[in-house]
Design a protein around this ligand. Structure first.
Ligand SMILES: Cc1ncc(COP(=O)(O)O)c(C=O)c1O
Length: 298
């Protein structure tokens, strides 16, 4: 629709898989590895590294035929958000070069600190394309509804034609239920943010009770985090033992392997968005730590 075989796309890595596989099926794609930035020299447990998309890396990867930059904030899997000033700088750069920004905003609305919430790209950039869904920040995946917003009406018309080819209309009940949810948007987001805050605090408490096992910085937003296992045996073994012995599923970093850039080792993605099931998972994880990593207990 937007991309042709001779175009070029930039995508941060690691990512939600289709962020790279869809453009890769059309044209060349360069991966921009997210950097883990250490803010204290000691990289102490109290101040583990945070993730950043480095704008200098991005500028260095640009080519004359770069047509699109694909973003996703809050980010799956790291939970990172770009600082507001970086996003403004990126928009100015893209405007000067005529580059589109596709912005996957499915987790927008569940930032732990709402001051970190980024604007929708479609509101601030004429070549911005925002993707939203009911399934993530609003917690209603069963409705299977989402949307694209853009100021580029020509592009929207192409999207509409394509949508009509795939299916002519959405499920009526899903649309009605989505409207009810969107009218209660503030309440739903506050509820989901509260669940996230609670789960992040529970995870933090567990990890504080077993220092030296996992390096963790709370996500800035979204329903997932990407901590690093630094205990014995490595992250892949840790995840395997946890599912096999205690029935808790985490996604080891091998799941996030990318075709376009190296991905971090020994991390795991943990889902924190659901209520009772995450709390049960964290309780099982605590028992697992007590059984297998007792020497790390405080
Ligand atoms: C970043 C991101 N974008 C898009 C999607 C797809 O969302 P949906 O389940 O509404 O199709 C997901 C699902 O995990 C996601 O994590």
């Amino acid at each position: 629709m937007l991309l042709n075989a001779d175009d070029h796309v930039l995508v941060p890595v690691p990512n939600y898989q289709s962020a790279e596989t869809v453009p890769l099926s059309i044209c060349e794609v360069t991966g921009l590895p997210l950097r883990r930035v250490v803010s204290s020299p000691s990289n102490s447990e109290a101040d583990p590294p945070e993730w950043r998309l480095d704008l200098d890396d991005l500028k260095a990867a640009l080519r004359p035929n770069t047509k699109l930059i694909s973003l996703n904030f809050p980010h799956n899997p790291t939970g990172m958000l770009m600082p507001h000033e970086d996003l403004q700088a990126l928009v100015a750069l893209c405007r000067a070069k005529g580059i589109y920004i596709f912005s996957d905003e499915v987790y927008r609305g569940v930032e732990l600190n709402t001051a970190h919430r980024l604007p929708q790209i479609a509101d601030i950039y004429e070549k911005g394309i925002s993707l939203g869904v009911m399934s993530k920040a609003y917690g209603l995946p069963g409705l299977r509804l989402g949307w694209i917003a853009s100021q580029d009406l020509e592009l929207l018309q192409k999207v509409e034609r394509y949508k009509h080819y795939l299916s002519i209309c959405n499920s009526g009940p899903s649309e009605r239920l989505s409207l009810i949810a969107l009218k209660a948007l503030a309440r739903i987001l506050e509820r989901n943010r509260a669940i996230l805050r609670e789960n992040v605090a529970l995870l933090q408490r567990l990890l504080d009770d077993f220092p030296g096992l996992v390096e963790f910085r709370p996500p800035l937003g979204g329903c997932v985090a990407f901590p690093k296992f630094i205990g014995p045996g490595g992250g892949e073994k840790f995840c395997r033992l946890l599912i096999e012995d205690s029935g808790v599923l985490l996604l080891p970093s091998s799941i996030y392997v990318s075709e376009i850039a190296d991905t971090p080792q020994d991390h795991f993605r943990i889902g924190l968005g659901r209520d009772a099931i995450v709390k049960a998972g964290l309780t099982a994880m605590r028992r697992h730590f007590e059984k297998h990593y007792a020497s790390f207990a405080r």
